[in-house]
Write a protein that binds this ligand. Sequence first.
Ligand code: NAD
Ligand code: UDP
Length: 320
Amino acid sequence: MKNSNKCIVTGGAGFIGSNLCDRLLEQRFEVYCIDNFLTGNQKNISHLSKNPSFHFIKHDIISPLSQEVQKELDGTKCIYHLASPASPPQYRRYSIETLRVNSEGTFNILQIARQNGSKFLLASTSEVYGNPHVHPQKETYYGNVNTVGTRSCYDEAKRFAESLTMEFFRKFQLSIRIVRIFNTYGPRMQPDDGRVVSNFINQALSDKPLTIYGDGSQTRSFCYVSDMVEGLLIAGQKEGLDGEVINMGNPDEKTIKEIGEYILKLTGSKSHLMNVKDKEIDDPDRRKPDITKAKRLLQWQPQIPLSEGLIRTVDYFKKV
Ligand code: NAD
Ligand code: UDP
């Protein structure tokens, strides 16, 4: 199985995962997408159903894969482990599921990687930095996370997943790499998943007030999905990355208010911004990735500016 071109994408029916499946198929991989549709959508992968190189396995990875499926996955070259709710309202709604998929689920998929000697990429998150005291965030920063707050089911689950993944590297020399993904947006975000970009675009398109939490001065740095996927493709396959932790995102930092104003302008909406509630406790005040390491190790950096990415995302939401 030395020349196998099999790869696994867990969470492959989700927003980032389905975009990643498309690109892996273009790279001539045999793609095994594992998903239970908890927060993903069959529509994201329906265009692939007739592609003979695309294989969909409906499965909750909290349980181990059957022997039969494991046999089918023999010789897997690389694994992209993305399965997990990602939007704050979703991970609060599915808090226990989020804790379990990142702990038990990650363990089950790491075992598959170990059996097959596959390269393994963990999709971690900027949330491991919590509400950061260091700005911009570098990989060496340990973070400021409330271990018992309403975001902890996600933050601590991802921190656990990172720890478990690192132990498979230390104990079994597994070829792992951890990518800390910063806010990503673009086509195939669920229109109703509650994240700021999808909320604002859908509100603007239907002339409803754009819901600002807090005073809108909190910042985020948004990466367009095609840039993220290109980075993940490289990170998941490149040699010499064993045990590395790499931030991935677009360092162009904006306040939430600026994002709202920009989306109003772009859509020509008659609507306006509205402060609807206080910001949640632990909702980070500032977030911006330091991507020096990604540039050095992967020769990667984002190419799509926010202005272009938002135009493409608005076009997508007009059609769905
Ligand atoms: P998403 O919710 O669209 O996709 C996640 C997918 O995982 C869904 O299709 C869901 O059904 C699947 N899934 C969840 N639990 C599962 C389980 N137990 N078994 C099988 N499948 C399961 O989210 P996304 O935005 O595409 O995020 C993908 C990954 O990237 C996540 O791990 C997330 O933590 C990480 N990430 C995303 C962002 C972002 O801005 N989108 C930022 C940081 C990290
Ligand atoms: N936010 C907002 N209005 C919304 C949705 C989100 O003001 O309708 C804010 C939220 O409080 C946070 C930021 O936008 O400060 C980004 O939120 P999102 O849920 O997209 O992702 P996060 O980075 O918090 O995981």
